[in-house]
Design a protein around this ligand. Structure first.
Ligand code: T3D
Length: 263
């Protein structure tokens, strides 16, 4: 078993995080959770990091919870899985969603259980055509967690959400894209090129405006139109005060590419 559960590569303008337990299909242990949380904290703090890519080593993205390696305080004959979620998965999902920078998930292979739902927590999910998403929970008599019931129902509606959750059938990447669950499915050998091109584009983009865009879109799912218009007013007001807006308009008027600093 590898001793480094997460590879963290700091590149020019963005960070690449690779789940790195390929022998266990990158299943999540407390050590992998801790490493990923620490890496995401660093990504958030580092002003030079303006986008994040998350992918998996080997043939899978992640098989979710490592069923053989649990936090000893939570393990046992009838472990309190609510505690696993509260301690590890729920904070991770919220962290990914609220991170004020674009999170790109490059799904390189099978994404099962919480692994599927962690992938779906990214802002932009690109999957290799050979990848699939499996709500594997029913096979071990659990319910979809790590946001699964929320993502599936929001993106696909109840009929497809229930079928995927109750059957635990794999959803191939191309169908996931056709159904609007992910952004797109690409040829396997194009996956990382597509993800890095996007990260490089975001690394040159208006990072603060991206953070506000995420916030506005997240608010939209709970708001009526009038409330959402108020959210847009407040966030646009904030965007208009930033240096990047000034630069964007100047660049447009001077007919040159904008040089956004991310503020
Ligand atoms: O604390 C809590 O439990 C609450 C939180 C729950 C969150 C969850 O994620 S619950 C759901 C956990 N995940 C699963 O149930 C998925 C289990 N895995 C599978 O169903 C299959 O492995 C896959 C469909 C993902 C892939 O199948 P396949 O045939 O391509 O590969 P494989 O042979 O099953 O797996 C390869 C190896 O990875 C194998 O080990 P071995 O025999 O070569 O030594 C297998 O045991 C190991 N592995 C795969 N998934 C897990 C795992 N080991 C530990 N935990 C896993 N989740």
């Amino acid at each position: 078993m590898t001793e480094t559960p997460l590879l963290h590569e700091r590149r020019d303008g963005y960070h690449l995080l690779t789940l790195n337990r390929p022998q266990r299909l990158n299943a999540f242990t407390p050590a992998l959770h801790a490493a990923l949380r620490a890496a995401l904290d660093e990504c958030e703090r580092d002003a030079g990091c303006r986008a994040i890519i998350i992918t998996g080593a080997g043939r899978a993205f992640s098989a979710g919870q490592d069923l053989a390696d649990r936090d000893p305080t939570i393990s046992g004959d009838r472990p309190d899985l609510g505690l696993t979620l509260e301690t590890y998965y729920n904070p991770l999902i919220l962290k990914l969603r609220e991170l004020p920078k674009p999170v790109i998930v490059a799904v390189n292979g099978i994404a099962a259980g919480a692994g599927a739902n962690i992938a779906l927590s990214g802002d932009i999910v690109i999957a290799a055509k050979s990848a699939s998403f499996i709500q594997a929970f029913a096979k071990i008599a659990l319910i979809p967690d790590a946001g699964g019931t929320w993502w599936l129902t929001r993106h696909l509606g109840e009929a497809r959400a229930k079928a995927l959750a109750l059957t635990a059938h794999p959803l191939p990447a191309e169908r996931a894209a056709d159904w609007g669950l992910i952004w797109k499915a690409v040829d396997d050998d194009r996956l990382m090129a597509e993800a890095t091109a996007l990260a490089e584009q975001f690394a040159r983009g208006p990072t603060h405006a991206f953070a506000l865009t995420k916030k506005a879109i997240h608010a939209a799912s709970a708001n009526a139109l009038e409330a959402q218009l108020r959210v847009e007013r407040e966030l646009q007001r904030e965007a208009g005060f930033q240096g990047d807006f000034k630069e964007g308009v100047a660049a447009f008027l001077e007919k040159r590419p904008a040089r956004f600093r991310g503020d």
